[in-house]
Design a protein around this ligand. Structure first.
Ligand SMILES: *C/C=C(C)/C=C/C=C(C)/C=C/C1=C(C)CCCC1(C)C
Length: 241
């Protein structure tokens, strides 16, 4: 058989009705574009803000690489790339905690605050992974433990030490902190909703089943790119003052 008739296996067919695959493709491109944007803007910032914008770029870059794989995985198997999803999150969510810490450092944030938030996020993600991939028949219990850790983070930034530091810092830092708090309360809440659409539990009779990847892909675009842009505009504003 002539060589040109052999279809290369690296690209698989995508149906026009594959809207899940579509969100993986768009997500991948959006993460790449956002990374280029953050990295190429680094030179305009002084040292104090450069690290924060760099971390924004790392978050979207790590996501872009994972989306590249998840997109392939989905088109090959039409199945949720749960493993890659959680590897992405276990790297990027702690980096988002680093962002909170970096902007509050000016107000005297201690490293213990950072480690507390990282601990909560690791508990949140490891238990979530168990519920989705290891022990799905007890998904609601794992989800509940994960949800408690999530509320630990929400409490910390809205009412705990982090909120006090933000209030003490005032100005641009306080207003950026407030916006980031809303991201965590509303934007991050899409994830447990996706989890409930993708697993079986008491909630299934209320919500039904839906596509977990569409929910996660939309949430990632909002929370990784949007979150990064808030940091970016804080850096721009603070540099003008
Ligand atoms: C860039 C990725 C982000 C910001 C991922 C955030 C993920 C969550 C907030 C996940 C939360 C979950 C629960 C609160 C309960 C059910 C299990 C999870 C892991 C989906």
């Amino acid at each position: 058989m002539a060589n040109f008739l052999v279809t290369p296996l690296t690209v698989s067919k995508m149906l026009p009705t594959d809207y899940v695959g579509f969100t993986f493709f768009v997500g991948c491109m959006a993460m790449m574009a956002a990374s280029a944007f953050f990295f190429l803007s680094l030179n305009q910032f002084d040292k104090k803000w450069r690290t924060s914008v760099l971390v924004s770029g790392l978050i979207t870059f790590i996501a872009a690489v994972h989306y590249y794989y998840m997109r392939d995985y989905w088109s090959a198997f039409q199945e949720s790339p749960t493993f890659f999803r959680y590897v992405d999150w276990i790297l990027t969510v702690p980096l988002m905690c680093v962002e909170f810490y970096l902007i509050l450092k000016v107000a005297g944030a201690k490293q213990s605050l950072l480690w507390k938030m990282i601990l909560y996020s690791v508990i949140m993600l490891v238990t979530g992974y168990f519920g989705e991939a290891v022990d799905p028949s007890n998904a609601w219990i794992w989800g509940l433990v994960s949800g408690l850790a999530y509320f630990g983070i929400v409490y910390e930034i809205w009412l705990g030490e982090a909120s006090k530091l933000a209030a003490a810092a005032g100005g641009n830092v306080l207003s950026a902190h407030k916006i980031l708090c809303w991201f965590v309360l509303v934007g991050w809440a899409i994830y447990p909703l996706g989890y409930m659409l993708g697993t079986d539990g008491w909630y299934t009779s209320l919500l039904g089943r839906g596509n977990v990847d569409v929910a996660y892909n939309i949430a990632d675009a909002i929370n990784k790119i949007g979150f990064g842009l808030v940091i970016y505009s804080l850096a721009v504003k603070s540099q003008k003052d």
